[in-house]
Design a protein around this ligand. Sequence first.
Ligand SMILES: Nc1nc2c(ncn2[C@@H]2O[C@H](COP(=O)(O)OP(=O)(O)OP(=O)(O)O)[C@@H](O)[C@H]2O)c(=O)[nH]1
Ligand SMILES: [Mg+2]
Length: 170
Amino acid sequence: LPFFNPPSSTPLKTVLLGLQNSGKSTFLSPQTLHPPTLRPSTSTLQIGRRTFTTIDLGGQKNLRHIWKDYTPKSSIIIFIIDITTYSTSLPSLKNEFTQITNTFEGPIAVCYNKIDLMTSSPSIEEYKKMLIDDEEDDEDIKFFFTSGLKGEGVKDVFEWLGEKCDEGLE
Ligand SMILES: Nc1nc2c(ncn2[C@@H]2O[C@H](COP(=O)(O)OP(=O)(O)OP(=O)(O)O)[C@@H](O)[C@H]2O)c(=O)[nH]1
Ligand SMILES: [Mg+2]
């Protein structure tokens, strides 16, 4: 059956990180109202032929210490940022993001989320510059504008991540 494209056999282990209220739980399941996440929650997503097993973690300050227990077990990080509070949360964001990039090897999708609430159309380069100091482009980090609530950009995120993982297998 030459045209039969079987589902990727290995589920891609994905962890969602980001400050509280950034939209992690909604990103994974937009139909549900989510209370703040208190303990890790695992689910499975089928996107095209790929299967992602996702771990949704709490983003409140006192819960962030467990992030480091999950990143080594994951092949992918989705880092969600609430674009509407970006400037005020930038110091904590930088701190958390630097800790992640210093230790994690795989692909990271940075999602500027809740784009549906923006009236202007911002430039992704400007946003990126505020988060990352070094000038070098890292091929394993990509920036997206998303609305988890409306499902905008979400598919692009998973497609890029899936492709990155395929590259890693070559
Ligand atoms: N307008 C808009 N609201 C969103 C979007 N994503 C999430 N929200 C809202 O933001 C709030 C927080 O969403 P959650 O998904 O619970 O955020 P979280 O990152 O999981 O929060 P913690 O579990 O506390 O870390 C909820 O009121 C969501 O409805 C989005 O893309 N657009
Ligand atoms: Mg949550």
